[in-house]
Design a binder for this molecule. Structure first.
Ligand SMILES: [Zn+2]
Length: 303
């Protein structure tokens, strides 16, 4: 990961932390503007100090009564907060990631999600709201593929099929399916990279013409946990570029047992004609791969 992305991730985490703390402080300020609340806090602090002293100096003393008082006080506090439209959670920082409190420490999983979003944004691809839960029944092909992929996402990374090829004409639901996959994986903090074949080809060209420059987009094609390529076959084939780099990426991912999902207008026969045997065998690998063909009616016509 290069410096620029790290910096962006830190900035997002910082902003989240600052926002969470500021909101909590603002709410606490509102609560503390009431005498009753300040009184509750004061009483609570006194009891907690008393409790601590007992535990340190005479641990045998019965503390049931103090605990009951603290509990009662807490109930009063909740009741009061409710009156002014707040809850206990509102006066504590509400971090986006409860695992690391938005610090990202120990390489927290939430960083994957942020990274996916930053990289997607850098490609100008906006993630949709499509999800398996919202999918309506259109036809059997799409339904089967959706069911398979929903299960696949649920089980990831414990999956047998690492390379998935989905073919079908325009408007049969391939992109919808990809979007569902992206959203499902991203919400589980998995590092997903979603590219259209057009963008993919652009990344290849940048790599080819600017050989020595470290390119995050290109490296991400190899490094990401799940790579999704949309509409393979619609891009222009550029000599020495498209096929060579596509092979390099698919091969690296196969070797490292990383998951790749490709959807295309082309079927298997057209794939071998256009991309050749080497790429074909990386995609249509009997052991690691699975292919779906979506026929069905045009989804968009039905909407
Ligand atoms: Zn986290």
């Amino acid at each position: 990961m290069n410096y620029d992305i790290k910096r962006k991730i830190n900035k997002i985490l910082n902003n989240r932390r600052i926002r969470a703390i500021a909101v909590a402080e603002q709410n606490l300020k509102i609560a503390r503007s009431f005498d009753i609340y300040r009184l509750i806090e004061k009483k609570e602090a006194e009891l907690k100090i008393k409790l601590a002293n007992i535990l340190v100096e005479s641990p045998k003393v019965d503390i049931t009564k103090i605990n009951a008082e603290l509990k009662k006080l807490n109930e009063i506090k909740i009741k009061f907060l409710k009156k002014i439209g707040l809850t206990l959670n509102d006066i504590e920082p509400n971090y986006v990631c409860k695992l690391c409190n938005d610090t990202g420490k120990d390489n927290c999983k939430c960083i994957n999600k942020i990274k996916s979003e930053i990289l997607q944004e850098s490609l100008g691809i906006k993630l949709t709201e499509d999800s398996f839960e919202k999918a309506k029944y259109i036809n059997k092909d799409l339904d089967n593929a959706l069911k398979f992929m929903a299960k696949w996402c649920e089980n990831y990374p414990n999956i047998n099929k690492k390379t998935i090829f989905i073919s079908g004409g325009t408007g049969v639901g391939k992109t919808f399916l990809s979007n569902c996959v992206v959203n499902s994986l991203v919400s589980n903090n998995i590092f997903v990279y979603y590219v259209t074949a057009f963008k993919l080809n652009q990344i290849f060209q940048d790599k080819y013409y600017l050989k020595n420059i470290y390119d995050d987009n290109f490296n991400t094609l190899i490094d990401c946990d799940v790579l999704i390529i949309d509409d393979l076959g619609t891009e222009q084939l550029i000599k020495n570029v498209t096929i060579n780099y596509l092979y390099l990426i698919l091969n690296e991912r196969n070797i490292n047992e990383k998951a790749t999902i490709i959807n295309s207008n082309l079927d298997a026969d057209n794939m071998i004609d256009r991309y050749g045997e080497r790429i074909f065998s990386r995609i249509f690998d009997k052991k690691q791969g699975v292919a779906f063909k979506l026929l069905g009616d045009d989804v968009r016509l039905k909407k």
